[in-house]
Design a protein around this ligand. Structure first.
Ligand code: SF4
Length: 525
């Protein structure tokens, strides 16, 4: 059996990435790794290649597995249409919550949640045609949709028994310049829930404040008596990926060494919260469902960062090391110092989402607004570059919450937040707030957007005349090239009469645009 795994994450219907253009995620590589370990001949395709490649190469495959997010449903459907010759088509990734739509598009089955749980049985089932015994698989049968969701999460020894395929990274055209995500934590420890009204099975449900999800036994926090999904109301991570579980250091180091060996220059330690690393080991065998206690496991974190930073290419700064998110409430002076020791000058993402203390709590955030501000200051003082995230159009948004958010973002910027990134609220199906309507624009949204746009423009203007290091990946137009800022920054358009493709060049920024910066090579500036 030959399986084509297609990465449609964040792709437009042309197959081109619309956001996070320089990201290579963990999921599709892990699926290939699992399949290969199960003895299946698997090959990973970028979405664009899967859409534009010749039909003849598709005929070599029996099965297609397509990974995407809810926003990628249309693209996933287009891939399926193009690959109509395969015997089986399976969808997966965060888009699994939209299984009804995926089945309607023509996929034979949808894998729910973590691949390790379903794929070993699914491989056998695809040979026999008997899908009914595959856990966490949803498929259509005569008479309706069959859902085998066991609502569990992968535990050791199954968890971490498979490793993401490294060689597949080379199937991404610009892999050498991309941020390659290496999983260090699966799932999230925030099992608090939103206290905003939630629509479940066409009924409006409201938290009854039994407090199980905040003070109950760690095992009991996994489920709410009212079935309100866990975590921040707009997020799906705890529901789809379970509580936080940390990957052993030696596995992480080995994967990064292998990636460096094939030429990867940027590695992101991927975790919904890097500060959850090793906290689960302090409470096992119970699940880590408390986002505040125990505090960060400094020993585990230091061991991880020390081991990874000792990889020669990272030590010599020829490969860049980055992290993503932290829960503000877990940032202490000691934590900030450890992060600063290994990650000085790199960005770190902090979720504010809303600056109104009551609204912040209602969303199910594990932190307080004050803790967000304190984390920004501590991380900045330790040499990191904090980015703050906020969301517009959230349920419960009012003029009061918008005014508070603007006030807090002003404070955050003064305390050292380098950028504010404003997202639109998306009511993800399956999340607690999935039943809400998401307005695209209204006076409150415009006020927030205008404020953040002005901040962004002034942050970008600071780049004018500054030097950047850019990995140039392709031609953009006549005598212009496109590249990624190293270690992390805006997409760069570089003007040059010399062919710069495949080179890392020092440039000077001479113009800032909304999404990119325009630059010239340093020697010609
Ligand atoms: S477990 Fe459910 S009902 Fe109880 S406090 Fe949490 S969200 Fe509310």
């Amino acid at each position: 059996m030959r399986v084509a795994v297609v990465d449609c994450l964040a792709s437009s219907p042309t197959g081109k990435r619309v956001s996070s253009v320089d990201v290579i995620g963990v999921g599709p590589r892990l699926v290939v790794g699992i399949l290969k370990k199960l003895g299946v001949d698997a090959h990973l395709f970028e979405c664009e290649t899967a859409l534009k490649g010749p039909i003849s190469s598709q005929r070599e495959f029996d099965v297609i597995m397509v990974s995407g997010m809810s926003a990628d449903l249309m693209t996933m459907g287009m891939v399926l249409k193009k690959w109509k010759h395969v015997n089986w088509s399976i969808a997966g990734g965060p888009a699994c919550v939209d299984y009804e739509e995926l089945l309607r598009l023509g996929f034979n089955a949808v894998v729910w949640g973590e691949a390790e749980i379903s794929l070993p049985s699914l491989v056998n089932a695809l040979r026999t045609g008997e899908l009914s015994s595959v856990p966490n698989l949803i498929f259509r049968e005569e008479g309706g949709v069959v859902s085998n969701i066991v609502a569990d999460y992968a535990r050791e020894p199954l968890l971490w028994s498979f490793t993401p395929d490294v060689g597949s990274v080379k199937n991404y055209r610009y892999f050498w310049a991309c941020r390659v995500y290496v999983e260090v934590v699966r799932g999230c420890s925030n099992f608090y829930r939103t206290t905003l009204p939630v629509v479940l099975h066409n009924k409006i449900i409201k938290c009854e404040h039994c407090d199980i999800c905040k003070t109950g036994d760690l095992e009991d926090r996994l489920s709410c008596p009212l079935m309100i999904p866990p975590g921040c109301g707009y997020c799906l991570v705890p529901r789809l990926h379970g509580p936080a579980r940390s990957r052993p250091v030696d596995q992480i180091v080995k994967e990064i060494e292998d990636l460096v060996e094939i030429g990867v220059t940027r590695v992101v330690l991927s975790a919904p919260d890097i500060l959850d690393y090793g906290r689960d080991w302090l409470v096992r065998p119970k699940p880590l469902t408390d986002p505040r206690y125990p505090p960060a496991n400094i020993d585990a974190l230091e061991k991880l960062l020390n081991a990874v930073s000792s990889i020669p290419e990272i030590e010599k700064r020829r490969t860049y090391l980055m992290i993503e998110n932290v829960k503000p409430n877990l940032v202490t002076e000691e934590v900030a110092k450890v992060l600063g020791r290994y990650l000085r000058g790199t960005s770190v993402n902090i979720g504010l989402e809303t600056g109104d203390p009551e609204h912040h709590k209602q969303l199910g955030r594990p932190s307080t607004v004050e803790e967000v501000l304190r984390a920004i200051k501590l991380l900045r003082d330790s040499g990191l570059v904090p980015y703050v995230y906020a969301i517009y159009g959230l349920p419960g948004e009012s003029w009061k919450t918008v005014r508070s958010t603007i006030k807090v973002l002003k404070k955050a910027t003064k305390l050292g937040a380098e950028r504010v990134i404003l997202y639109r609220f998306r009511p993800l199906k399956g999340s607690a707030l999935g039943g809400y309507y998401a307005p695209r624009s209204n006076p409150k949204i415009r006020a927030l957007k205008n404020f953040v746009n002005a901040l962004e423009i002034s942050a970008k203007k600071k780049l004018l005349g500054k030097s950047l290091k850019v990995a140039v990946v392709d031609v953009h137009g006549k005598d212009t090239y496109i590249g990624y800022t190293l270690p992390h920054g805006p997409v760069a358009i570089v003007k040059s009469s010399e062919d710069l493709r495949g080179k890392v060049v020092d440039v000077v920024v001479h113009k800032v645009r909304k999404r990119e910066v325009e630059c010239v090579p340093k020697q010609s500036a």
